[in-house]
Design a binder for this molecule. Sequence first.
Ligand code: PHE
Length: 346
Amino acid sequence: MADSLTLDEFLARVAAFSAEARPAIAAADSADALEGVRAKYLGRNHGWLKDLSAALGQLPKEARGAAGKAFNDARTDVEGALETRQASLAPSSAGVALADPTMPARHAWRGAVHPVSQVIDEVVAIFRELGFTVALGPEAESPWYNFGSLNFPADHPAMDLHDTLYISDDVVLRTHTSPVQVRTLQSYPPPIRVLIPGNVHRRDPFDPSHAPTFAQIEGLVVDEGISFADLKATLTHFANRFFGSTKTRFRPSYFPFTEPSAEMDVLCGVCKGSGCGVCKQSGWVEILGSGLVHPAVLESAGVDSERYSGWAFGMGPARTALARHGIPDIRLLYDSDVRFLDQFAR
Ligand code: PHE
């Protein structure tokens, strides 16, 4: 059998292989049709490829090098044509991306700081510039720290089961960060300036302006000669730093642990004071409660109230985030829907 074929005859067959296979591939208009073409021209057990491999063996030895190269080139070329055709027929994701480079890119999710945490971080940063440090306290608290040490009378309605979550007779979930005022004063004698961020819990169902668990930031200053002027100046400075120059107003209020007490409002950032849904048409948004620390609180913590005085405030960063962004419902902040929260990513 050997030497029964010449090189020219073999090369003619290779050329015929390419000349037939390439138009057949181009004409295949479905994945099935293309598979038929592949089997016919490139199949292992039958077809053109097998015949050509057999013919290679019938060539004179000195012709086999050139013949083999021509054979391999033709085969690589036909295989390439087949793959290209396959990609344009099969709607695999890679195929589509190749076929349509105008398709929109995929959205890349990045981690970001929650809008409530952004407020906390910024408030802490502003007060740090004024020499405040950060203190923390427990969320499961004794009724004495949460109420008694803060001058709540024994029959105060806040202590009612309606308003406060009791874990046992001796343990409540703290309803505010104010108990950490007393804890801090017990551990660090004045002068002190601290900021106390943390979560608090109340027996409130979710509604547009309430959440059963929410963050608070407490501030406390105790030193000799502290007056209401210090409170007003510091909180006004804070409001202007946080909201950008704004207007503030103080309204008289009541808390058992401060005397006198005041709430601070800032001009509504959404309507600039003309009245809108966010400020309930008043033009003002309440930002925090504050007051001079009641002497009874200083005494609870073992601080001499004749020598020292202080002021404190408590704010809700979630409410502040609502006011800042004009968000109408606090539940949007606590539902953890990233499609909503992503708008505030920085
Ligand atoms: N603890 C108060 C509250 O939760 C806020 C407050 C803190 C008021 C400190 C005055 C001083 O409403």
